[in-house]
Design a protein around this ligand. Structure first.
Ligand SMILES: Nc1ccn([C@@H]2O[C@H](COP(=O)(O)OP(=O)(O)OP(=O)(O)O)[C@@H](O)[C@H]2O)c(=O)n1
Ligand SMILES: [Ca+2]
Length: 518
């Protein structure tokens, strides 16, 4: 017998709550069983505990207000100086923290070695970029921010030629840098090996290859006065030609790096050598296959031969100047460029050129600085283009008249513009005939400027080394990534809380009788 009348006998009321349901809250005689002081207190304490636990977990592992440290490196190259500003999370100097370039500044004017006769100007030239760095680094970090200056081939040559002049340039630079509130850590000339090795460290650090112990990428750097090649080859253990060997232990891995720096083989000095080759007899005019037809500029013998790379070849009794005229012939240009390489003697198993040992090329390569400027200008950074097609493109480009070139590139400095035919030819010849890249492995080269926002070059590797930012051994990695850790703590806290509530069941107020049907 149903406790209530059958549905058909219920009085029909328009859209009303069936009377079998509990009455509205206001009608209820009993309190909600969860609204007792005990459950309210437990809930509040539980929620506070969970919030506290999660907050501690988050704060403990990752300060919400991330603090950063900074480092500044000045790259005093032969053709120009550039300032690089790096930043990294303050707590993680030497393991998981990643160093990033946050700013760079190109110093106006030429490289510091060009101020040999007026050294104070070398120091002065750095002021604007240094003031910029002062604004970029938060002032309370100024004093602890290390500042380094490294000079490369331009100062190497000046030091060889006139060491007191190079000392004076350094004094001027030092004086200028010490006026800034940073922690000045010195200015010096890097050796060719350092320049090559630190470029390699930079490329592989930015690619995350060192920390992960992956196969490394070789580094090809082309400057104005020297060029570097650095790579790891299984066929090289350092015993053959030890002067080319640099060993590192980084993140628990040993690396035996082959590196060589060719002084005078940066593109500005090679151009001098190529011009020296064409002015051996002291002519008043030359027709240069590496320059565009119609190019015609007066050049001075005294300026051309003012470098240790060519000074001993100055033709005796040469006139003051010569007309440098372009002929635009890639093949003939390559022939002249070849004359700067000496392939005749090698006392090792194998050599690149000038009797310098080079192991078998291995792996991929990143080619940066002037390699990139030139190949990017020529639209030839894509190395999947067959070598033969690259040569054909260059052949066409070199044959284009100077008038047309100037017209087609109104925004490019004429000094740069005039030299891309020569530079492209030199790069191709250096890679294929100097270093022995072939049409098969040419595509292993990548022409790059930046990796993940930081410029490829020796500066980052140099700073990482001097600040001991790459540990020899792999850092202990946390069991869980931060997000996983926080999730686990949260889930555990919620589970514990529910268990607590359940365990307090005996204390729960008993559910009262069903409300009566009215
Ligand atoms: N947009 C640009 C910028 C630079 N260059 C050329 O690139 C060379 C300089 O390359 P860089 O790597 O800056 O050389 P440095 O560091 O100054 O020289 P080094 O490393 O030999 O000391 C110079 O010949 C310069 O004319 C270029 O062709 N196009
Ligand atoms: Ca350089």
């Amino acid at each position: 017998h149903p406790p209530w009348p059958p549905l058909s006998r219920l009085p029909v009321r328009p859209s009303v709550r069936p009377s079998v349901l509990p009455p509205p809250l206001s009608d209820m005689k009993e309190k909600n069983p969860w609204h007792t002081p005990v459950t309210i207190i437990i809930t509040v304490i539980g929620v506070i505990a969970i919030v506290a636990l999660v907050t501690v977990a988050v704060l403990q592992n990752k300060p919400l207000l991330q603090k950063y440290k900074y480092g500044i490196v000045l790259d005093a190259g032969s053709s120009h100086t550039a300032l690089y500003l790096y930043e990294w999370p303050a707590e993680k100097d030497n393991n998981t923290g990643r160093v990033e370039q946050i700013h760079s500044c190109k110093v106006k004017g030429k490289g510091i070695s060009s101020y040999a006769s007026e050294p104070w100007k070398a120091g002065e030239s750095l002021t604007l970029c240094m003031q910029e760095a002062e604004r970029w680094v938060p002032s309370k970090r100024h004093r602890e921010t290390p500042l380094y200056l490294g000079a490369t081939a331009g100062m190497r040559l000046l030091n060889m030629e006139n060491s007191s002049a190079s000392d004076k340039v350094f004094q001027a630079v030092e004086g200028a840098l010490q006026r800034f509130p940073f922690s000045y850590e010195g200015a010096r000339i890097l050796s060719g090996q350092e320049e090559g090795a630190f470029g390699w460290v930079t490329v592989n650090y930015l690619d995350d290859r060192l920390k992960q112990g992956l196969e490394t990428t070789g580094a090809l750097d082309l400057g104005g006065a020297s060029t570097q090649i650095s790579f790891v080859s299984d066929s090289y253990d350092g015993s053959e030609s030890p002067s080319n060997s640099v060993t590192f232990r980084l993140y628990g891995n040993d690396y035996n790096l082959y590196t060589h720096s060719f002084l005078c083989y940066g593109k500005d000095q090679v151009l001098r050598m190529v011009l020296a080759q064409q002015t051996q007899s002291g002519p008043t005019s030359i027709l240069d296959p590496c320059f565009h037809p119609g190019y015609n500029v007066t050049k001075f013998y005294s300026e051309l031969y003012d470098s240790p790379c060519v000074s001993d070849r100055k033709p005796p009794g040469a006139p003051e100047a010569f007309a440098h005229r372009g002929d635009g012939n890639f093949q003939q240009c390559q022939e002249v460029v070849r004359t700067v390489f000496n392939f005749s003697s090698c006392r090792y198993r194998q050599c690149s050129f000038n009797g310098v040992f080079q192991p078998h090329l291995q792996g991929s390569f990143g080619a940066f600085s002037a390699y990139y400027f030139v190949m990017n200008f020529l639209n030839l950074t894509d190395t999947s283009i067959p070598l033969q097609a690259v040569k054909e493109k260059l052949l066409q480009y070199c044959a284009t008249s100077w008038d047309q070139i100037v017209q087609q590139h109104p925004g490019v400095k004429e000094k740069y513009l005039a030299e891309y035919c020569f530079s492209g030819t030199y790069i191709l010849t250096l890679l294929t005939e100097g270093y022995n890249f072939t049409s098969e492995n040419y595509s292993n080269i990548k022409f790059i400027k930046k990796i993940k926002g930081s410029d490829a070059g020796w500066t980052l590797g140099y700073m990482l080394n001097l600040t001991n930012m790459i540990p020899a051994e792999a850092p202990d990695s946390p069991l869980l990534p931060h997000a996983g850790y926080v999730s686990v703590v949260t889930i555990m806290a919620v589970v514990l809380f529910v268990l607590l509530i359940l365990s307090l069941r005996p204390l729960w107020p008993r559910c009262s009788k069903q409300p009566q049907i009215v």
